[in-house]
Design a protein around this ligand. Structure first.
Ligand code: URA
Length: 265
């Protein structure tokens, strides 16, 4: 029988019925017992096949190791298109069910610089592209200040942009530790497949995902390494919009990236 319920809701409803004591499935179609002949022998009324109790039919909910599932899915991706498909098809992150769009990446795959942000916000969720809202516009201006552009078609000037989470968290809440742990294998594989020369980590959650470290105000401006690639943690553009005084340090961090690309320290 078709129903508008999804798997989880149908299961929850079934379990609720069982908790109330309705643990036996009689048959699919209802029986109008008033229409049964009065004289029918009891054995005839019982003739309809009685299904085995529902309790026995319910397979216990198996605890899925979502991080292991993410590791397998990410490792199996041989290129960026494969990774995109693996992430888009990943069913263990509940954020997927609340988001309008899947937001994978933007800019030039193969660019020398890759930016890893946090998660799509409202505009990104609507458009299906990372960093297109106010923080994204500031990011574009910051990158332009060191000669980079997401729409550039040469690796030299291009930028490849992604986020830790590909689905918008409800009300733009912070990503949860479990969500970051689940997405970490995908982010690491993303970096390995995009093969940038430098990764810029925008904000605390990107540092948590890629470096497994937090405390952006301490980490920013210090080169680190992840997946064999030099990474520069920076304060997030959204933070810079709220704290314009921090732009001076962000500018210093951008200059450090530029110097590295030019072959300096
Ligand atoms: N902030 C992010 O970290 N990523 C986006 O895509 C937009 C805002």
């Amino acid at each position: 029988m078709e129903s508008g319920l999804d798997h989880r809701s149908a299961r929850a409803l079934l379990e609720w019925h069982i908790a109330l004591g309705a643990d036996e499935c009689i048959q699919d179609a209802p029986i109008n017992r008033y229409a049964l002949p009065d004289a029918a022998p009891v054995s005839v009324r019982k003739a309809a096949p009685v299904a085995e109790p529902l309790r026995a039919q319910i397979v216990p909910m198996v605890e899925v190791d979502t991080v292991a599932a993410a590791q397998r899915a990410a490792a199996a991706a041989g290129d960026l298109a494969g990774l995109r498909a693996a992430l888009e098809g990943f069913e263990h992150c509940d954020l997927k069910r609340g988001a309008r769009n899947f937001v994978f990446a933007d800019g030039l795959a193969g660019a020398r610089v890759m930016v890893v942000g946090e998660a799509p916000g409202r505009e990104e969720d609507l458009e299906g592209r990372p960093f297109v809202g106010q923080a994204g516009q500031l990011l574009d201006r910051m990158l332009a200040a060191i000669g980079l552009a997401r729409d550039a078609r040469e690796a030299e000037r291009g930028v490849y942009i992604t986020n830790v989470l590909p689905w918008r968290p409800p009300q733009n809440r912070d990503p949860e530790a479990g969500e970051i742990a689940m997405m970490r294998p995908f982010v690491e594989r993303h970096i390995a497949l995009a093969r940038p020369e430098v990764v810029i980590l925008m904000g605390n959650h990107a540092c948590d995902a890629v470096l497994q470290r937090k405390g952006i105000l301490r980490l920013r401006g210090q080169w680190a390494e992840a997946v064999g690639v030099p990474v520069m943690p920076m304060t997030h553009p959204a933070y810079l919009l709220r704290n314009p005084a921090a732009k001076r340090e962000a500018w210093a961090d951008l200059l450090a990236v530029q110097a590295r690309l030019r072959g300096g320290a």
